[in-house]
Design a protein around this ligand. Structure first.
Ligand SMILES: Nc1nc2c(c(=O)[nH]1)N[C@H]1C(S)=C(S)[C@@H](COP(=O)(O)O)O[C@H]1N2
Ligand SMILES: [Mo]
Length: 375
């Protein structure tokens, strides 16, 4: 594995915004590159690929598209603690038996921009989510072919993208504990929603780790190394840890905390995004998901969190890693209203009304609030 070499003076250390400090040009530049799911697109059970949220740390690497071949043919290498290292082409992978999983993916930084004080990074509100049908080869089948040796403890996944982050030059690289990597549903995905992966979603191959936050789903996947000690790279040991202070090692970010989102009803005001609805019955619908099992309860508040009523939650319908639809009926009366929704999953995890603050702004599943004017 390549060394991560320190570099100074390029990107500032992780920073917390001062009280009242607005979104800066640096955050705006990230937000303009990395788009969220327009909330009205929650109407689609499977998100059309172009509406799925996008998060790219560095640049989209030149791995070609379906119609434009890459400058160098793409290969996937598997090496390290394996009996038989493998070097596979896309055709090799496409020739293997494939499966399809419908997976809701969410960025671990979703909700970050709502935190106070705000960790300065990609400033998501609540929209860093999408659901796609990923088709590919189960990773465990390829690992079985290569023969993992008994001393292997983790699999390290490397993307074709390269950049520098807080002074550390690196390829985007993340690991999974071996028991997770050989889980039945972890995929080497070459197909998204029935077509080739779009460039921004990892063309031609990405890892899909159902139930885990987005950072684990390594895009433009070119290398898998089986290692006998825990990987300590930047995206594992420095980033994606739950920490209150920069000194502590922190806990790793792994599975997706529960969240419900509602499709903002009525029509929006252009700048404030405040919704306008007419008096009378309004159906409120949305989606809810968790990386810890099915969502068993969704509640809606139409008075800013004073009272909560149960919504009807649709069953998972054979897709254990996809969001579930829900709906509730509301009778709107003239005036201003604040809608809130929260999900509870089968493990008993739910969403806080108050923010769960940490330095990286990870896993913030504080409830969504939507301002509505009825007129
Ligand atoms: N190689 C590589 N893989 C990556 C990233 C990246 O920057 N480079 N970003 C990760 C993060 S933080 C997220 S949230 C998801 C986003 O996947 P999407 O853009 O397909 O929605 O990809 C993950 N995989
Ligand atoms: Mo992310």
């Amino acid at each position: 594995m390549e060394e991560e070499s320190p570099l100074t003076g390029i990107s500032p250390p992780g920073r917390i915004a001062a009280p009242g400090e607005g979104i800066g040009q640096d955050e705006l530049a990230l937000a303009a590159r990395n788009h969220g799911l327009p909330l009205e697109a929650l109407r689609y059970e499977v998100t059309p690929a172009g509406l799925h949220y996008v998060l790219v740390h560095y640049d989209i690497p030149d791995t070609g598209t379906d119609s434009t071949p890459a400058p160098t043919p793409w290969r996937l290498t598997l090496h390290g603690r394996l009996r038989t290292p493998l070097d596979l082409s896309l055709d090799d992978l496409r020739a293997l038996p494939s499966v399809t999983h419908r997976v809701t993916m969410e960025c671990a930084g979703n909700g970050r921009a709502r935190l106070s004080p705000r960790p300065v990074s990609q400033p998501w509100l609540v929209e860093a989510v999408g659901t796609a049908e990923w088709t590919g080869v189960p990773l465990r089948a390829v690992l079985a072919e290569a023969g993992v040796t008994p001393d292997a403890v983790e699999a390290v996944f490397t993307g074709a993208d390269h950049g520098v982050e807080r002074g550390v030059e690196q390829d985007y690289r993340r690991s999974l504990p071996l028991p997770v990597a050989v889980g039945a549903d972890v995929l080497l995905a070459h197909t998204m929603n029935g077509g080739p992966l779009p460039p921004q979603h990892g063309h031609p191959l990405r890892l899909v780790v159902p139930g885990w936050y987005g950072m684990a789903h390594v895009k433009w996947l070119r290398d898998i190394e089986l290692v006998d000690t825990a990987f300590r790279g930047y995206q594992q040991a420095t980033a994606y840890r739950f920490r209150q202070s920069p000194e502590e090692p922190g806990e790793p970010v792994t599975r997706i905390a529960p969240r419900a989102l509602l499709i903002p009803p009525g029509f929006p005001d252009f700048m404030s995004r405040t919704r306008v609805v007419r008096p009378g019955p309004v159906r409120i619908a949305g989606r809810a998901w968790s990386g810890y099992g099915p969502v068993v309860r969704v509640e809606l508040s139409t008075d800013g969190g004073g009272g909560w009523a149960d919504a009807e939650v649709l069953p998972q319908g054979g897709h254990p890693y996809a969001w579930q639809g829900w709906h509730a009926d509301w009778t709107a009366v003239p005036g201003s209203h604040t809608l809130l929704t929260r999900a509870t999953d089968a493990s008993g995890r739910t969403q806080p009304v108050q923010q769960p603050w940490n330095r990286g702004g990870f896993g913030n599943n504080q409830v969504q609030t939507v301002s509505v004017v009825c007129r």
